[in-house]
Design a protein around this ligand. Structure first.
Ligand code: PEP
Ligand code: CO
Length: 457
């Protein structure tokens, strides 16, 4: 059987064809034999996700592209192998809480995609890092090396590829249990939102918004529709995603689907190409154009109309709605000028993309204490500019792409329970970029609700 929408139908692609292209951001593995053995082992292990699930996500993203659903993609910048079960649970919880708020105010389903269960590899601007005159390889994520600053810890270790697979499997198993086992029921998630509003100074200003959701839940319940009576309110669909950075790992998990004969990268439901790896003739674009999963591609402030149109043609030649999500990360200052020409060009060319806003990566700066941070107000300003740009262009603002954690960290500044520069040091735990904490994330969801309510969408 050959799917006419298959990305493979128009190419001479293979899971290895990326090897003929320049692959940026790949580690130098010191031990070629072990590396080869590990890849062979990975190729023989079960897929982490099924092709059918990836197709289902494509369909849900097609609804996003048409303005009939909203995308919430969120999670860690770099997941750690040491993340506790509680921390995974709390991350899921905050995403579910945000989704309920956004569902109510957008009036459409929210497609939930975690940066989770595989987000272990990081692109770096420099191969090495120098501290007090000592130069060592940069930290490239737990799938490659460790964050400690010793030669041993920073050495790339191919066995970490297997650890990453096992860690992703365990995380995914927990997520599947939580999302299908009652933890995610609407009444429960709404109750957590009530607690946020009642118990935190950050939440109090949203009392009216939360009351409205309360009344909607009560109304549904009075009509006989509640988590007790309807399975759909007890379970949620939750998908996984990560940057497809280490191509040998992704290749080893790429399998031919027995139903359609198409290739799927079974390491996650959705995979994206980072801003540093989206060269049209590069290995990452070559690899991802051939797998059937829904894809993301980051677009920074330098992205030109020509770049974007060429990426659409290469990554989604058959113009399948939901196949390609363009994730803009321009920075709050640039989005209003830089985004509209891209929106207009893609619209004119008729590519059915999802537009998502990553308001994190264009707004990073170094605080006075030397830590990398972002300000809540810049994050909000970029999303607000994103909504405005879409309004001007008559296109759909499909969703947001965020770095967050449910943990009570102090990595981003501002938000309702204001984090100040002096607070950054107290719980700065990220291994890479600063994340919104649980309270800042809910605060942002309510702010988005206000923007959506005021017709800014
Ligand atoms: C990221 O998403 O963590 C990241 C590195 O983003 P970008 O590719 O947009 O810089
Ligand atoms: Co990041």
């Amino acid at each position: 059987m050959n799917n006419p929408n298959s990305p493979r139908s128009n190419t001479d692609w293979s899971p290895q064809s990326w090897r003929d292209r320049v692959a940026l951001q790949q580690p130098q593995w010191p031990d070629a034999d072990t590396h080869r053995q590990v890849l062979d082992q990975l190729s023989a292990l079960p897929p982490l996700v099924f092709a059918g699930e990836a197709r289902e996500l494509t369909e849900q993203l097609a609804a996003v592209a048409e303005g009939r659903a909203f995308l919430l993609q969120a999670g860690d910048c770099a997941e750690s192998f040491d993340t506790s079960a509680d921390s995974i649970r709390d991350r899921l919880r905050v995403i579910l809480q945000m989704a309920v708020i956004l569902t109510y105010y957008t009036g459409v389903p929210v497609v939930k995609v975690g940066r989770i269960a595989g987000q272990f590899a990081k692109p770096r601007s420099s191969d090495t890092e120098t501290v007090d005159g000592v130069e060592l390889p940069s930290f490239r994520g737990h799938i490659v090396n460790d964050i400690g600053f010793t030669a041993d810890e920073r050495a790339a270790n191919p066995k970490r590829l297997l650890l990453a697979y096992n860690r992703a499997a365990a995380t995914l198993n927990l997520l599947r249990a939580f999302t299908k086992g009652g933890f995610a029921s609407l009444s429960r998630v709404h109750q957590w939102n009530r607690e946020f509003v009642a118990d935190s100074p950050a939440g109090q200003r949203y009392e009216n918004l939360a009351d409205e959701i309360d009344r909607a839940v009560q109304f549904m319940s009075a009509c006989g529709v509640s988590s007790d009576t309807l399975a759909d309110l007890r379970q949620v669909d939750f998908y996984t995603s990560h940057e497809a950075l280490l191509l040998d790992y992704e290749e080893a998990l790429t399998r031919s689907d027995s139903l359609t004969d198409d290739w799927y990268d079974c390491s996650a439901h959705m995979l994206w190409i980072g801003e540093r790896a989206r060269q049209l003739d590069g290995a990452h674009v070559e690899f991802l154009r051939g797998v059937g999963n829904p894809l993301g591609c980051k677009l920074g402030p330098g992205a030109t109309v020509d770049d974007v149109l060429a990426l659409c043609r290469t990554l989604n030649p058959d113009d399948v709605a939901g196949r390609l999500t363009l994730v803009t990360r321009m920075g709050a200052n640039r989005i209003v000028d830089d985004l509209p020409p891209l929106l207009d060009a893609v619209k004119t060319a008729g590519h059915p993309v999802v537009w998502a806003c990553d308001p994190m990566h264009g707004n990073t700066f170094t605080a006075d204490d030397g830590r990398k941070t972002r300000h809540f107000d810049d994050v909000l300003a970029e999303v607000s500019g994103f909504f405005a740009a879409h309004r001007f262009s008559g296109t759909h603002p499909g969703g947001v792409h965020l770095e967050l954690t449910g943990d009570d960290v102090t990595e981003c500044l501002g938000g309702g329970a204001s984090v100040e520069t002096a607070d950054l040091g107290s719980r700065y735990e990220t291994m890479c970029d600063p994340r919104l904490n649980g309270s800042q994330s809910l605060d942002l969801a309510f702010r988005l609700a206000e923007l959506l309510r005021n017709g800014t969408r």
